[in-house]
Design a protein around this ligand. Structure first.
Ligand code: NAD
Length: 432
C-alpha cells in the first residue's frame, strides 16, 4: 500500500474532517489528471508545521499561554501565503487543511504564491484590546523566523483584521530595524494596505455569482440570496449583490439570523455593522424582519445560498433539504464532501471555495505588488483588476468542467493541481 493510500482512510461516506476533505479533493484531482502517486505524495503533506506557545499577560495580572500554529503547505509557485484566524476551535489539522486550500486557491487564480495558514486557539470576544495586541505581537515574534516578504506573507482571516495586521507589521519592523510593509497584507490603508482589500473577498464572491447566473441565462435582478455570516466576507458580498440589484433576503452570525421576504435593507445593515463591529444582526433595529436560525437560513427557498461564515455547515444531514440552485462558498470548507456529492447529484451548482473566495488573496497580491512598487493604485483599478481575475478564472474552470464533464470543484482542483505540478517539475525534476 502506498503512503498515499495509508494516509487517507477516506473511503467511507461518513462525514470527514476538513483535512480529510481537502486531501480527498486533491487525490481525486491526481486521479483525474492521471498523475502518479509519487507526485501526489510530495503535495499531500505540508512542507512545514510550526506550533508556538504564546504568553500573554492578562489584564488581571495573570499570565496565560495560548497555542498557535503556522503551517506552510507548498511554495513551488511563489512565497507561502495565507491568513491567520483567532478562533476557540482552531486546531493543527484544520490549519493544515486551510494551508493546502491556499496552495490550490492561488493556483486556480494564477497568482505567484504558494499556500500557508495560521491560527491561534483563543476567544477574542473574551479578550481586551490590550490582550489581543499582545497576542498578535507575541505570535508574530514566534513565527518571524519562518515568514518574510519573499518567504511567507500572512493576512487576516476569522476574527482578525487590519488592526491585527498593523500590530504584526509593526512588530516585524521593530525586530528587523527597517520598514516591512510587504510582510503582511490586509493592513490598514494608512499603513500600506490596498484600497479595496477589505471588500475584496466578498466582492469576488458576488462577481462570480453574477457571472454564473449570466452563464445560466438568468438575471441577478431576479435573484434571491441567503448569506450565512455577516463578517468581512459576508457583509461585502451582501453589499455588492445588493448593488447589482439582487434581493438579499437573509443574513446571520453566530447568534442567529434575520430574514425578510422582500429583501433586507443591506445598506443600513452594513452601516450598522461598520459602526458596531461586535453587534449581532439579530439586534438590528428598524427592519420588518423575522428571526431565523442558521439551520433555517441554509434551507431557505432562494436562488443562491452563500455560506460565508465557517466550515462544515452543509453536511449529509441538511444537503437533501437545500433549496438553492447555486451555492457560492464564501467560507472555506462550508460544504463537507458527502454533502458535495449529494448536492452535485441534485444538480446544484457549487462555486467552490478555492475559486469563490479567492478575491481576498488576489487583492492581497495587489497589495504586496503595490508595497514592492512603492506605488498606490486607486480603488477603481483594484476592483477592475479583481473582477478581471475572477472572471478569467471562472471562465477557465467553467470550460474545464464542460470539457472533462466534472463539477466546478473537480475542475478547479484539476487546474490548480496541474499548475502546481508543472511548476514542481520545472523546478526540481522530482516528479515523473
Ligand atoms: P469574520 O470573523 O469577519 O466573520 C465570520 C462570520 O461568521 C461572523 O459573522 C461570525 O459571527 C460568523 N460565525 C462564526 N461562527 C458561526 C456559526 N457557528 N454559525 C454561523 N455563523 C458563524 O471572518 P471572515 O474573514 O468573514 O471569514 C469567513 C470565512 O471566509 C472563513 O471561512 C474564512 O476562512 C473565509 N475567508 C476569508 C477571507 C478574508 O479575506 N477575510 C478570504 C478567504 C476566505
Amino acid at each position: 500500500m502506498s503512503i498515499l493510500e495509508t494516509d487517507l482512510a477516506v473511503s467511507s461516506f461518513d462525514e470527514m474532517s476538513m483535512l480529510d476533505n481537502a486531501r480527498e479533493y486533491f487525490v481525486q484531482a491526481v486521479a483525474n489528471l492521471g498523475l502518479d502517486h509519487g507526485t501526489a505524495n510530495l503535495l499531500l503533506n505540508p512542507t512545514r508545521e510550526l506550533t508556538v506557545n504564546i504568553p500573554v499577560k492578562r489584564d488581571d495580572g495573570t499570565c496565560q499561554i495560548f497555542k498557535g500554529f503556522r503551517v506552510q503547505h507548498c511554495n513551488v509557485r511563489g512565497p507561502f501565503k495565507g491568513g491567520i484566524r483567532f478562533y476557540p476551535l482552531v486546531n493543527i489539522d484544520e490549519v493544515k487543511a486551510l494551508a493546502a486550500l491556499m496552495t490550490w486557491k492561488c493556483a486556480v487564480v494564477d497568482i505567484p504564491y504558494g499556500g500557508a495558514k495560521g491560527g491561534i486557539i483563543c476567544d477574542p470576544a473574551e479578550m481586551s484590546v490590550n490582550e489581543l495586541e499582545q497576542l498578535s505581537r507575541q505570535y508574530l515574534r514566534l513565527i518571524k523566523p519562518i515568514i518574510g516578504p519573499f518567504e511567507d506573507i500572512p493576512a487576516p482571516d476569522i476574527n482578525t483584521g487590519p488592526q491585527t495586521m498593523a500590530w504584526m507589521m509593526d512588530e516585524a519592523c521593530k525586530m528587523s530595524g527597517y520598514g516591512m510593509a510587504p510582510i503582511v497584507t490586509g493592513k490598514p490603508v494608512d499603513l500600506g494596505g490596498s484600497l479595496g482589500r477589505k471588500e475584496a473577498t466578498g466582492y469576488g464572491v458576488a462577481c462570480l455569482i453574477k457571472n454564473v447566473l449570466t452563464k445560466l441565462g438568468k438575471s441577478i435582478t431576479d435573484c434571491r440570496v441567503a448569506i450565512q455570516g455577516f463578517g468581512n466576507v459576508a457583509m461585502w458580498a451582501a453589499e455588492r449583490l445588493n448593488n447589482y440589484g439582487a434581493r438579499v433576503v437573509a443574513i446571520s452570525d453566530d447568534q442567529g439570523g434575520i430574514f425578510c421576504q422582500d429583501g433586507l435593507p443591506i445598506i443600513e445593515l452594513v452601516k450598522y455593522k461598520v459602526q458596531n463591529p461586535v453587534a449581532h444582526v439579530i439586534n438590528f433595529p428598524n427592519c420588518k424582519h423575522q428571526l431565523i436560525s442558521n439551520k433555517e437560513l441554509l434551507e431557505l427557498d432562494v436562488d443562491v445560498l452563500a455560506p460565508c461564515a465557517i466550515e462544515n455547515q452543509i453536511t449529509s444531514n441538511n444537503a437533501p433539504h437545500i433549496k438553492a440552485g447555486i451555492i457560492a462558498e464564501g467560507a472555506n470548507g462550508p460544504v463537507t464532501m458527502p454533502a458535495d456529492r449529494i448536492l452535485s447529484d441534485r444538480n446544484i451548482i457549487i462555486i467552490p471555495d478555492i475559486l469563490a473566495n479567492a478575491g481576498g488573496v488576489v487583492v492581497s497580491y495587489f497589495e504586496w505588488v503595490q508595497n514592492l512598487q512603492g506605488f498606490r493604485w486607486d480603488r477603481n483599478r483594484v476592483i477592475n483588476q479583481l473582477d478581471i481575475k475572477m472572471e478569467e478564472s471562472l471562465e477557465n474552470i467553467w470550460m474545464h468542467s464542460i470539457v472533462y464533464n466534472k463539477t466546478l470543484r473537480q475542475a478547479a482542483f484539476m487546474v490548480a493541481v496541474q499548475r502546481v505540478v508543472d511548476a514542481l517539475k520545472l523546478r526540481s525534476g522530482l516528479t515523473s
